[in-house]
Design a protein around this ligand. Structure first.
Ligand code: NI
Length: 139
Protein backbone atom coordinates (compact mmCIF):
# COMPACT_ATOMS: atom_id res chain seq x y z
CA UNK A 1 0.00 0.00 0.00
CA UNK A 2 1.16 3.56 -0.75
CA UNK A 3 1.26 6.40 1.75
CA UNK A 4 -2.04 7.14 3.40
CA UNK A 5 -3.86 10.30 2.30
CA UNK A 6 -6.60 11.97 4.28
CA UNK A 7 -9.52 13.78 2.74
CA UNK A 8 -12.74 15.38 3.95
CA UNK A 9 -16.10 14.32 2.59
CA UNK A 10 -19.34 16.31 2.77
CA UNK A 11 -22.32 14.02 3.12
CA UNK A 12 -25.93 14.48 4.30
CA UNK A 13 -26.50 13.48 7.96
CA UNK A 14 -29.10 10.83 7.22
CA UNK A 15 -26.95 9.21 4.53
CA UNK A 16 -24.00 9.00 6.92
CA UNK A 17 -26.23 7.55 9.61
CA UNK A 18 -27.36 4.80 7.23
CA UNK A 19 -23.78 4.16 6.18
CA UNK A 20 -22.63 3.90 9.81
CA UNK A 21 -25.46 1.44 10.50
CA UNK A 22 -24.48 -0.66 7.51
CA UNK A 23 -20.76 -0.82 8.25
CA UNK A 24 -21.45 -1.69 11.90
CA UNK A 25 -23.64 -4.56 10.70
CA UNK A 26 -20.87 -5.70 8.34
CA UNK A 27 -18.33 -5.66 11.14
CA UNK A 28 -16.13 -2.75 10.10
CA UNK A 29 -14.31 -1.04 12.95
CA UNK A 30 -14.19 2.35 11.26
CA UNK A 31 -15.40 4.30 8.25
CA UNK A 32 -11.98 4.44 6.60
CA UNK A 33 -11.74 0.70 6.03
CA UNK A 34 -15.32 0.56 4.77
CA UNK A 35 -14.71 3.40 2.33
CA UNK A 36 -11.45 1.81 1.13
CA UNK A 37 -13.34 -1.44 0.41
CA UNK A 38 -16.08 0.42 -1.47
CA UNK A 39 -13.50 2.20 -3.61
CA UNK A 40 -11.65 -1.07 -4.35
CA UNK A 41 -14.91 -2.74 -5.30
CA UNK A 42 -15.70 0.05 -7.73
CA UNK A 43 -12.19 -0.10 -9.21
CA UNK A 44 -12.48 -3.87 -9.75
CA UNK A 45 -15.84 -3.36 -11.43
CA UNK A 46 -14.25 -0.78 -13.70
CA UNK A 47 -11.36 -3.13 -14.51
CA UNK A 48 -13.95 -5.71 -15.58
CA UNK A 49 -15.54 -3.33 -18.05
CA UNK A 50 -12.27 -3.07 -19.98
CA UNK A 51 -12.31 -5.78 -22.57
CA UNK A 52 -8.62 -6.71 -22.80
CA UNK A 53 -7.93 -6.89 -19.09
CA UNK A 54 -6.56 -9.90 -17.32
CA UNK A 55 -9.22 -10.60 -14.72
CA UNK A 56 -10.16 -13.43 -12.40
CA UNK A 57 -13.64 -14.49 -11.49
CA UNK A 58 -15.52 -17.38 -9.97
CA UNK A 59 -18.58 -19.04 -11.41
CA UNK A 60 -20.84 -20.97 -9.06
CA UNK A 61 -23.54 -23.34 -10.31
CA UNK A 62 -26.01 -25.57 -8.49
CA UNK A 63 -27.70 -28.38 -10.40
CA UNK A 64 -29.24 -31.82 -10.14
CA UNK A 65 -26.74 -34.30 -11.56
CA UNK A 66 -29.54 -36.81 -12.32
CA UNK A 67 -31.22 -34.50 -14.80
CA UNK A 68 -30.86 -36.08 -18.27
CA UNK A 69 -27.47 -35.14 -19.72
CA UNK A 70 -26.97 -31.91 -17.75
CA UNK A 71 -23.80 -32.97 -15.89
CA UNK A 72 -22.29 -34.12 -19.18
CA UNK A 73 -23.21 -30.85 -20.91
CA UNK A 74 -21.61 -28.80 -18.14
CA UNK A 75 -18.45 -30.90 -18.33
CA UNK A 76 -18.29 -30.46 -22.10
CA UNK A 77 -18.55 -26.67 -21.79
CA UNK A 78 -15.79 -26.69 -19.19
CA UNK A 79 -13.51 -28.74 -21.42
CA UNK A 80 -14.09 -26.31 -24.28
CA UNK A 81 -13.14 -23.47 -21.92
CA UNK A 82 -10.20 -25.32 -20.35
CA UNK A 83 -7.81 -22.46 -21.15
CA UNK A 84 -9.92 -20.13 -18.98
CA UNK A 85 -10.66 -22.42 -16.04
CA UNK A 86 -7.70 -22.62 -13.68
CA UNK A 87 -9.38 -24.64 -10.95
CA UNK A 88 -12.73 -26.14 -9.97
CA UNK A 89 -14.42 -27.64 -6.94
CA UNK A 90 -17.31 -30.06 -7.00
CA UNK A 91 -19.38 -30.66 -3.86
CA UNK A 92 -22.13 -33.31 -3.68
CA UNK A 93 -24.68 -31.35 -1.61
CA UNK A 94 -27.12 -34.24 -1.14
CA UNK A 95 -28.35 -37.28 -3.10
CA UNK A 96 -29.39 -35.11 -6.04
CA UNK A 97 -27.77 -31.68 -5.97
CA UNK A 98 -24.27 -30.63 -6.87
CA UNK A 99 -22.41 -27.38 -6.33
CA UNK A 100 -19.59 -26.45 -8.64
CA UNK A 101 -17.28 -23.48 -8.25
CA UNK A 102 -14.99 -22.66 -11.15
CA UNK A 103 -12.12 -20.21 -10.90
CA UNK A 104 -11.41 -18.51 -14.21
CA UNK A 105 -8.74 -16.20 -15.51
CA UNK A 106 -8.79 -14.38 -18.83
CA UNK A 107 -10.33 -11.30 -20.39
CA UNK A 108 -13.46 -10.04 -18.69
CA UNK A 109 -15.40 -10.74 -21.85
CA UNK A 110 -14.33 -14.38 -22.08
CA UNK A 111 -14.87 -15.07 -18.39
CA UNK A 112 -18.33 -13.48 -18.45
CA UNK A 113 -19.31 -15.36 -21.60
CA UNK A 114 -18.20 -18.73 -20.23
CA UNK A 115 -19.97 -18.08 -16.92
CA UNK A 116 -23.18 -17.05 -18.63
CA UNK A 117 -23.07 -20.09 -20.88
CA UNK A 118 -22.79 -22.43 -17.88
CA UNK A 119 -25.46 -20.65 -15.85
CA UNK A 120 -27.92 -20.51 -18.73
CA UNK A 121 -27.61 -24.23 -19.44
CA UNK A 122 -31.07 -25.70 -19.09
CA UNK A 123 -31.56 -27.33 -15.70
CA UNK A 124 -29.02 -25.25 -13.76
CA UNK A 125 -30.96 -24.19 -10.65
CA UNK A 126 -28.83 -21.23 -9.66
CA UNK A 127 -25.65 -19.60 -10.80
CA UNK A 128 -23.55 -16.60 -9.98
CA UNK A 129 -20.52 -14.92 -11.50
CA UNK A 130 -18.26 -13.13 -9.05
CA UNK A 131 -15.95 -10.55 -10.50
CA UNK A 132 -12.70 -10.10 -8.70
CA UNK A 133 -9.16 -9.04 -9.42
CA UNK A 134 -5.68 -10.49 -9.87
CA UNK A 135 -4.75 -7.94 -7.23
CA UNK A 136 -1.96 -6.45 -9.33
CA UNK A 137 -3.59 -3.16 -10.15
CA UNK A 138 -5.16 -2.47 -6.78
CA UNK A 139 -3.70 -1.61 -3.35
NI1 NI B 1 -22.12 -34.05 -7.31
Amino acid sequence: MGDLARFGVSIPDDLLEKFDGLIKEKGYNNRSEAIRDLIRDRLVEDQWTKYENDVVGTVTVVYNHEQSDLAQKLTEIQHKKHDLIISSIHVHLDFHNCLEVLIMRGSSDEVKKAGEQLISTRGVKHGKITMTTTGQEID
